[in-house]
Design a binder for this molecule. Structure first.
Ligand code: HMG
Ligand code: MG
Length: 301
């Protein structure tokens, strides 16, 4: 009893790779993105314009992005990049980035550690970023982190979630991605929070962004589906984690999500063989096994 048309936002090249220890060469990132662009995915988050000393894996952003633009030309694929402040926006503008992701959290402490700003300070930055980005004709996507739990603050109040979403929508974001940043959500909680959000906002503008730290991401996706969510973020092979949330493991694997959705009779428009090829390629570059269960099961089929 849920929507059969589901959109996947692939975040592997950004959220997936940002926490991989060994640097993946720009050419390899490009090949990964090329393979992803052939799967049927319509949105692929590419990189972030942040401090290279903070997130070294993304230090080649300005080199990578123009190559991605060339690669995806005319394919109807959105290639958003994370932008934390005006300095990041300047770079994005100079490279012709068409869509940016802005990010904040429900937790002051997490925001401080992640972006060196309180919730209020982050908002003040984002007001400026959103205005300039919109003037430049960019599309805006918003992330709200720590919606289902925070490594530093115990309880996240419902009001902090509602306020965070409202602010991002008011800035002009067409979609808000609700982050289970450290992968601690459970299906009962997801149902409750999703219902609470649906009472205030249009659920069609919400995406779920689950990390699979406790192996609960697919259960959380199923619960979200039943509540009417139609957009999910995931990363090929299940790469990733969060550098400011100790112990947080990767995003839920696109491979696992597409497999679940296929079995539920949903349509994602994604070709599993091609997705597997992209996951296989990037796994060969990160120097360890892919966390995705379905990736392992699909090997050699
Ligand atoms: P800051 O230190 O507060 O910035 O950084 P500042 O304005 O005080 O400047 C200090 C220095 O940084 C200056 O250099 C600036 O030029 C430079 P100096 O003059 O000392 O040589 N600087 C920059 N350099 C490159 N790009 C920039 C930039 N801005 C300033 N954009 C900042 C603030 C946010 C930039 C920093 O804290 C940062 O880069 N943090 C990393 C944030 C990040 O990428 N986190 C991971 C992504 S979020 C996530 O994963 C969660 C998500 O997946 C959803 C979920 O799971 O919940 C989205
Ligand atoms: Mg994330």
């Amino acid at each position: 009893n849920f929507s059969k048309e589901i959109k996947i936002v692939e975040v592997g090249p950004r959220d997936g790779l940002q926490n991989e220890k060994s640097f993946v060469e720009t050419e390899d990132k490009l090949e990964f993105i090329r393979l992803l662009s052939e799967t049927g995915l319509k949105t692929i988050e590419i990189t972030s314009f942040v401090r290279p000393d903070k997130i070294p894996q993304m230090k080649d952003a300005a080199d990578l992005y123009p190559k991605v633009l060339e690669l995806t030309k005319g394919k109807g694929i959105s290639t958003p990049c994370l932008v934390p402040n005006l300095k990041g926006l300047e770079v994005a503008k100079s490279l012709g980035v068409k869509e940016i992701s802005m990010f904040t959290a429900t937790s002051n402490t997490f925001n401080q550690k992640n972006i060196n700003a309180t919730i209020e300070e982050a908002h003040a930055r984002q007001v400026q970023v959103a205005r300039e980005a919109s003037d430049a004709g960019m599309k805006l996507r918003g992330y709200l982190s720590t919606v289902f739990g925070c490594p530093y603050e115990k309880d996240i109040e419902d009001d902090a979630i509602i306020d965070g979403i409202k602010r991002l929508l008011d800035l002009g974001c067409y979609e808000i991605s609700l982050g289970d940043t450290i992968g601690v959500a459970n299906p009962v909680q997801v149902r409750r929070i999703t219902k609470m959000i649906a009472n205030e906002f249009d659920l069609n503008q919400m995406a779920m962004h689950f990390h699979d730290t406790e192996g609960m991401a697919l259960a959380n996706i199923y619960a979200s589906l039943e509540e009417g969510v139609t957009v999910f973020d995931s990363s090929a092979a299940g790469l990733g984690g969060c550098p400011y949330a100790k112990g947080a493991s990767g995003n839920v694997a696109t491979d696992d999500v597409v497999n679940l959705l296929n079995k539920l009779g949903c349509d994602t428009g994604i070709d599993m063989d091609k997705l597997h090829a992209a996951s296989e390629f990037i796994t060969s570059k990160i120097g360890h096994q892919a966390p995705s269960k379905f990736f392992q099961a699909y090997k050699g089929r």
